[in-house]
Structure formats: structure tokens, C-alpha cells
Design a binder for this molecule. Structure first.
Ligand code: PLP
Length: 385
């Protein structure tokens, strides 16, 4: 038989999902690998979706999403994010995962170079591999609190560079880029004529500083901003995200959705409308939960010198285990096998992840505390040997 597609075979399984699979085989594991809110979707959202489904709202919708939802999102973007937006600029997608993929497919050709954050979320790289683009990691040095090294980033730009991916608040570092950094990244995009794809799915979870959208500095429609419902409203399983782009770009992204997904789920879109129309108290409550959990992580791991940086947003922390070795896959493996704590090897997020593992603090507080204590035990026991 002829081989399967080279591009498809080139995709590595996500280090995050691999760890989830391994952890499933072991009882009593403290799960700190999954980047998923531990709470359920708020009730009024579930109710609205159930009512819509019962009323027969179970059919295809337009590829770009329901007009009423696009209108509601345009209002949210205009009022909450300060980005004046027309509904034509909004593309609803089955998960921000697909909104990001559509943004990359719309802008990047095979052999184009794309700047991706290192450390950064691995899905960017997978999509770019499918496209056949060249992946150029740009450094987010730990010494700067995982903010981009702009001089290093500029040196990586070549005439083939087409786009840059920016993720703040960041998975896996928890960094929140200050306004001047976001402005500087936007300036680089203009100077070198690059598309800027902004992954803003953690916009609501900022503990210090503020979330600044790169599109605030966009004067010519080169920024594509991606947001989601998964994290903000604890709706990971509903699969709903959206992008804001220049109208012409949004149209291309919509055409791309047709052959891959037809349209986002109809009931999930009704759930999303209820989420936007409902009270913001749930989001604020979740932000406070995560802040307290972040504080727990800092209180337990900080004094032991195990925190690579204090997370200022999202719900992740990079744990520095480099005193035990550089191979993060081996480190995460030993943590799992010997101490029953599931984490993600830092190298799943790029080469700069050596010696690190990522934990998610979206976990239940009691388990989070237990997991952190086991990590301390692992790190200190080993060093003593
Ligand atoms: N972007 C980042 C940085 C993420 O961490 C995730 C999920 O973990 C996503 C996008 C995808 O979110 P969604 O569930 O909306 O597809």
C-alpha cells in the first residue's frame, strides 16, 4: 500500500494528550496536566442550549455562525475589548482551535516562515506542519518573565516571513504581555509586513496587569484575534470559539470552514448567546478561584525555588526541575510513575522547556495542594540522594 500523506505522518501527537493517556492507566493520580476548568458550565447556559435543542434548533447554521451570535460578539468585542467591530468581521468556529487553524490557513502558504512563541502551545506548530510552512520559534526568555526578546525576534525575520503568533496570557508560561510589549510586537508586524495572529483565549484570566489585544494597535487589518468560550465559561466540551479579522480575511476564513466543518454546532451557538447575555459573575468567580489557586502554587513551590516564573494570567505554571536533569519527558515520567502526579513535559512546548514541567492549576484546590507537595517531595528527595 502506498504510504499515508507525509504531512499527516509528520504531526506529532500532542505531549499534553500523551500524558493524559499515560495518567489514565495509573490509579490515584493527581491530574495537573489538563488545561481545563474543573467547574461545570454555568446552569443558565446549559438551560438555554437544552431549550434550543428541544425547540428544534438542531440544524446546520451559516458557516460563519448565526447572525445573532456574530452581532452579539461584535458588541462584546467593541464594548469589552475596545475593538470597534462589525458583525461581518466575526467568524464563529468549532473551538478556538479551529479559528486559529483557519487564521493560519487563510494567511500562510507552504514554505512561508511563521514566528511561533517558544515556549508556546504546541497546536500552532501542528497546524503549520500540515500547511507545510516553516516554523521559526521566537524566544520568550525566562529571565524576562517569559516576555518576548524583541531584538532576537527581529533577527529571525526574513523576506519569507509571513506571520507571527502571539499568545498572551500565555499557555504554558502564565505571562501577560504589558501594553508596551504588545505595541512593540504590532510595530514589528507593520515594519516587516507580517500578519499577526493573536491567541487571546485566556483574556479573562489575568491576576496582575491587564489584557491588551494586539488589534488595538492595528491600523491596516493585519491582526487576526482569536477568542474562545472554553476557558471563559468552562465550556471546553461545547467546542466554540471565534475570530475577529478584517472583513476580507473573515470571508476567506469562512470559506475555509465550509469543507472542514460546515459550521459550528447550532446548540453550542445558542449556549454561547446565553453566556454573552448572562451575568458576568461566573467569570469573575472563576477568575478569583484561579487567583487563589495560583497563590497556592506560588506559596508551595516558590520558596523551594521550583517556580520558573510567577504566573500573572491563564492557569498554568512552569515548574523548574532542572536540578534533577534536563530531559523533561523523563522528569514528567518519573513524577507520574513514582509520585502519581501528572504534568506535561516542558519540551512539549518547545526546546526552551528542557528541565521544566507544566502544571495546570485549574485543578480542585485539595488536589492541587497535594500535587504541589508531591512535586516538592520529588525535587527535594532526589537532590538529597
Ligand atoms: N489556545 C490556547 C493557548 C489554549 O491553551 C487552548 C486550549 O487549551 C486553545 C487555544 C483552544 O481552546 P478551544 O477549546 O477554544 O479550542
Amino acid at each position: 500500500m502506498k504510504p499515508l500523506s507525509r504531512r499527516a505522518q509528520g504531526i506529532q501527537p500532542s505531549g499534553i494528550r500523551q500524558m493524559m493517556e499515560r495518567a489514565r492507566q495509573i490509579p490515584d493520580v493527581v491530574h495537573l496536566e489538563v488545561g481545563e476548568p474543573d467547574s461545570n458550565t454555568p446552569d443558565h447556559i446549559i438551560q438555554a442550549a437544552a431549550e434550543a435543542a428541544r425547540a428544534g434548533f438542531t440544524k446546520y447554521t451559516p458557516s460563519a455562525g448565526l447572525p445573532s451570535l456574530r452581532e452579539a460578539l461584535a458588541r462584546k468585542l467593541s464594548v469589552q475589548n475596545g475593538l470597534p467591530t462589525h458583525a461581518d468581521q466575526v467568524v464563529v468556529a468549532p473551538g478556538s482551535v479551529f479559528a486559529l487553524a483557519a487564521a493560519m490557513l487563510a494567511t500562510v502558504d507552504p514554505d512561508d516562515e511563521v514566528l511561533v512563541p517558544d515556549p508556546g502551545w504546541p497546536n500552532y506548530t501542528s497546524v503549520l506542519q500540515v500547511i507545510g510552512a516553516r516554523i521559526i520559534p521566537y524566544p520568550l526568555p525566562r529571565l524576562t518573565g517569559y516576555l518576548p526578546d524583541l531584538a532576537a525576534l527581529r533577527r529571525l525575520v526574513t523576506p519569507r516571513t509571513k506571520a507571527m503568533i502571539v499568545n498572551s496570557p500565555s499557555n504554558p508560561t502564565g505571562a501577560v504581555f504589558p501594553r508596551e510589549t504588545v505595541q512593540a510586537l504590532s510595530d514589528v508586524a507593520v515594519e516587516y509586513d507580517l500578519y499577526l495572529i493573536a491567541d487571546e483565549v485566556y483574556e479573562e484570566f489575568v491576576f496582575e496587569g491587564e489584557h491588551v489585544s494586539p488589534a488595538l494597535f492595528d491600523s491596516d487589518g493585519r491582526v487576526i484575534s482569536v477568542f474562545g468560550f472554553s476557558k471563559t465559561y468552562a465550556m471546553t466540551g461545547w467546542r466554540l470559539g471565534y475570530a475577529r479579522a478584517a472583513t476580507a480575511v473573515a470571508e476567506v476564513m469562512t470559506r475555509l470552514a465550509e469543507p472542514f466543518v460546515s459550521c459550528p454546532s447550532s446548540v453550542a451557538q445558542k449556549a454561547a448567546e446565553a453566556a454573552l447575555a448572562g451575568p458576568r459573575t461566573d467569570v469573575e468567580r472563576m477568575r478569583e478561584f484561579y487567583r487563589r489557586r495560583r497563590d497556592t502554587v506560588v506559596a508551595i513551590l516558590g520558596p523551594e525555588g521550583l517556580l520558573a516564573a510567577v504566573p500573572r494570567g491563564a492557569f498554568y505554571a512552569l515548574v523548574d526541575l532542572s536540578r534533577l536533569g534536563a530531559d523533561s519527558v523523563a522528569l514528567a515520567g518519573r513524577l507520574l510513575e513514582e509520585h502519581h502526579v501528572a504534568t506535561v513535559p516542558g519540551e512539549a512546548f518547545g526546546r526552551s522547556g528542557a528541565g521544566l514541567v507544566r502544571i495546570s492549576f485549574a485543578a480542585e484546590p485539595r488536589l492541587l495542594e497535594e500535587g504541589c507537595r508531591r512535586i516538592v517531595q520529588f525535587a527535594t528527595l532526589r537532590v538529597g540522594v
